[in-house]
Design a protein around this ligand. Structure first.
Ligand code: AP5
Ligand code: MG
Length: 191
């Protein structure tokens, strides 16, 4: 099994690229944002509790996403590995993921980081707000908060992964196809 993290600020293209990469490399794409939005759409108690936090662009509690990921890891068979998108989001989530993988004889093999500047992120998310129906895209102040939360709570994971030799930065600006080739070139070395 080979396990990748796909990292980057909101709007950097994690979801867009993950769908294509998961298919190419036979990976399970696990997006905690998608899982949480599915809970909200299904009207579950968990979804109801998390929706106001997400609408503000704040992070939901670590234990909520850690439990979701653990359940998915244990229920998935027959793939080459996992592609974690939007998880981990804090240093504590990273430690929990490492522990979870280690207990199952796996590890994080590579961290792909999509690099996109602030103005391009805002431009993409404002454009998406027109079609996505995501409440956290609708308000420019929430978009700014999501970017700030990324810088303060999520970016420190990059330093942690640099120290472990997992860090692979990738230019996230350009056409979706060009970025896909850049990511695939890095991932090929691991599979
Ligand atoms: P999450 O769903 O993870 O959202 P996010 O990090 O804010 O990122 P996005 O999904 O908005 O962006 P993306 O990088 O996937 O880009 P995309 O491919 O969509 O999290 C949402 C919320 O859930 C969080 O705020 C938090 O509340 C909660 N949450 C989730 N995980 C959590 C966790 N682990 N812990 C705690 N809380 C958690 O692309 C964006 C747009 O740009 C699209 O319209 C796309 O078409 C377009 N685009 C993509 N590539 C290009 C390109 N190359 N050129 C031009 N446009 C492009
Ligand atoms: Mg996404």
């Amino acid at each position: 099994m080979v396990n990748f993290l796909i990292f980057g600020p909101p709007g950097s293209g994690k979801g867009t690229q993950s769908v294509k990469l998961a298919e190419k490399f036979r990976l399970v794409h696990l997006s905690t944002g998608d899982m949480l939005r599915a809970e909200i759409s299904a009207g579950t108690d968990l979804g109801k509790k998390m929706s106001s936090i997400m609408a503000k662009g704040e992070l939901v509690p670590d234990e909520v996403v850690i439990e979701m990921i653990a359940a998915k890891i244990d229920s998935t068979r027959g793939f080459a590995g996992f592609l974690f998108d939007g998880f981990p989001r804090t240093v504590d989530q990273t430690a929990a993921l490492e522990k979870m993988l280690e207990a199952r004889g796996m590890k994080i093999d590579c961290m792909l980081v999509l690099e996109v500047g602030h103005d391009e992120l805002v431009k993409r998310l404002i454009l998406r707000a027109e079609q996505s129906g995501r409440p956290d895209d609708k308000d420019p102040a929430v978009i700014e908060n999501r970017i700030d939360v990324y810088r303060s709570k999520t970016e420190p994971i990059i330093d942690y992964c640099i120290k472990k030799g997992l860090y692979k930065p990738v230019d996230g600006v350009g056409s979706i196809d060009d970025i896909f080739v850049r990511l695939s070139d890095v991932m090929k070395e691991f599979v």
